[in-house]
Design a protein around this ligand. Structure first.
Ligand SMILES: Nc1ncnc2c1ncn2[C@@H]1O[C@H](COP(=O)(O)OP(=O)(O)OP(=O)(O)O)[C@@H](O)[C@H]1O
Ligand SMILES: [Mg+2]
Length: 351
């Protein structure tokens, strides 16, 4: 798994002790949040209206890929409402009883943050429907015919759910959120502002060009931008005078093998095999995986999503195909007819 080991640098998910580092870089107010203009404005309105009425705001669903600011926004909602935030996650709620215990401990106006809400168990989900709508749950005591449901009132609270997979949420749950915010990937200019803000907090000296370079290799994701900034800072400190210039950012990111488009070694290996060995495809993903010496799942789940999003690779019914941009990225000339002498490689694969 030679490639997979170096993934962490451009992985969108948080790694190990990264959460602690991230806490220090989180915007604390809506005004501090960079980008996501529409979501910010809509959320500001929801919160201000609730404050004006002196009531808990409607339940909020935050959806979008990892590292774009869902947890950050959940914390900001509580902070802006000056309400205590209670944190839990879908996988932590395995029984309806777990949820009942949390809900019964809530106070008026509390914000309950349920991360990965799509991973909650079915019975808990059903209890949540009722809690969200009627601020009431039925706690079932006993089993079988003798079981009784004891209704329990819950003070009005705000549920903030976060999910990377909004499509997996059952309709009834989705419908009970008064406001849904879908977070989008960030523009390079926005990421540049985030990098500059983080550098300020971390006491890193960096030039605008240095920030721009880090931003453009961050895959539209603040978490990756912050991570690359920390690695570039290391480089600047050890190999130079500590200042992150364009040249230092360039050299550091080349050393860490994150290229101009934010591709890492595995991403490039996949593209390289696709173009050089299979003439640009179509080729089955299993064949491609063998060619780069990785598991099929690694290629499919780790490398492909970003390659597809960046327009370097297309998934077709006959297999994976390199786009002209992929050839260009590798400094190669695409075949004139777009066809491939190895097109039949797809016949050996069933995917
Ligand atoms: N709009 C933003 N402005 C500034 N920094 C941001 C913004 N969005 C995210 N960040 C930074 O990116 C990091 C990751 O954000 P966050 O933890 O909120 O992502 P997430 O969407 O909850 O990810 P996951 O799906 O993995 O839980 C945080 O350290 C935060 O500081
Ligand atoms: Mg999160």
């Amino acid at each position: 798994m030679a490639y997979a080991e170096s993934r962490a640098l451009v992985a969108a998910e948080a790694e190990g002790d990264e959460r602690a580092v991230e806490a220090a870089l989180r915007p604390r107010t809506l005004a501090e949040v960079v980008g996501q203009e529409r979501v910010r404005e809509q959320l500001a309105l929801v919160l201000e209206a609730a404050r004006g009425r002196g009531r808990a705001p409607d339940h909020v669903l935050l959806s979008g890929p990892p590292g774009l600011g869902k947890t950050t926004l959940a914390m900001i909602i509580a902070a802006e409402m000056q309400s205590p935030l209670r944190l839990t996650s879908g996988p932590a709620i395995t029984h309806a009883g777990d949820l009942a215990a949390i809900l019964s401990g809530m106070n008026d106006g509390d914000v309950l943050f349920v991360d990965e809400i799509h991973r909650m168990s079915r019975p808990a989900e059903e209890m949540l429907y009722m809690a969200m709508e009627d601020f009431r749950v039925d706690v079932v005591i006993g089993k079988g015919p003798g079981a009784t449901a004891i209704p329990l009132e819950i003070p009005p609270f705000t549920l903030v759910g976060a999910t990377t997979r909004a499509g997996l949420l059952p309709g009834p749950l989705r419908d009970r959120f008064g406001f849904t915010a879908h977070l989008e990937f960030y523009e390079p200019a926005e990421l540049e502002l985030i990098v500059r803000r983080s550098a300020g907090l971390l006491d890193v000296h960096l030039t605008d060009e240095g920030a721009g370079e880090i931003a453009s290799r961050s895959r539209g994701t603040p978490r990756i931008a912050n991570r690359l900034l920390r690695r570039v800072r290391d480089y600047a400190q050890v190999r130079a005078d500590g200042v992150v210039t364009l040249d230092i950012a360039h050299r550091a990111l080349d050393l860490y093998e994150v290229d101009q488009s934010g591709l890492d070694r595995l991403d490039r290996a996949v593209l390289d095999a696709l173009c050089r060995r299979f003439g640009g495809g179509p080729v089955g993903v299993s064949t491609l995986a063998v060619a780069v010496g990785e598991e099929r799942e690694t290629v499919e789940e780790v490398a492909e999503p970003f390659l597809v999003r960046s327009g370097f690779l297309a998934r077709t019914p006959r297999g994976r195909v390199a786009t002209p941009a992929a050839w260009q990225h590798l400094g190669l000339t695409p075949p004139p007819d777009g066809g491939s002498p190895y097109a039949d490689a797809s016949l050996f694969d069933t995917d």
